[in-house]
Design a binder for this molecule. Sequence first.
Ligand SMILES: [Zn+2]
Length: 233
Amino acid sequence: MLKFFEKFSEVFAIMSEKTDGSMKLLDGEKWEENLKNRNKFFNKNEINPNKVTSVRLVHGSKVLAVKNGAEKIVEDADGLVTSESNIFLAVTVSDCIPVYFYEKEKKIVGIAHAGWRGIVGGIVENAIGEILKLGGKVENMYIALGPGINSCHFEIKKDVLNEFRRYDAHVLRREEKIFVDLKGIIREQLLSRGIKEGSIEDNKACTYCSENFFSFRRDKTNETMVAAIGLKN
Ligand SMILES: [Zn+2]
């Protein structure tokens, strides 16, 4: 299990690893087993599974603000924010990058599932925008980047190259192959929105390189980790 934002005792931000089992939501016949894995993981971390709100990922860039009592599975979004202290927000990831947000003064938390489409589509900016709408300020924001697929393994084909045209500095060519540094793009977006470099923490592990994680590209499976954040009561 990985923890983020450890210097803030009022926030709990975690991510499961492969040994915790697959956490994928509504995964057909595997759902029952995955639900057990999720409940076990949340209970182990003293999170009430009934207080967890998850997104049903669509690999887009929409981020929604949620309140307690809202639906447990939010459709059609890839990120959530809240200013309430009695709910946890969760996304699942496997190569995509979990991005955790914390606004220290207003006590707003957020999480985004940042796949390449979401990243170029502006999911990071959208999450910041939702936090601002709740009264947060950029100068009080802290960001944690969980493990994801790094530029050693995130290869793209020419057909999608144009999607990265605004981020040329993060497109790398090696041996006639094209790779993209997704975290480099996220960092550029964060810094250009005014987030300070010193407010960003980064677990640099590559999910493809490390056997501690499921990797969609490496394993070609549906198995995923869960990333969650909430305020402690
Ligand atoms: Zn790698």
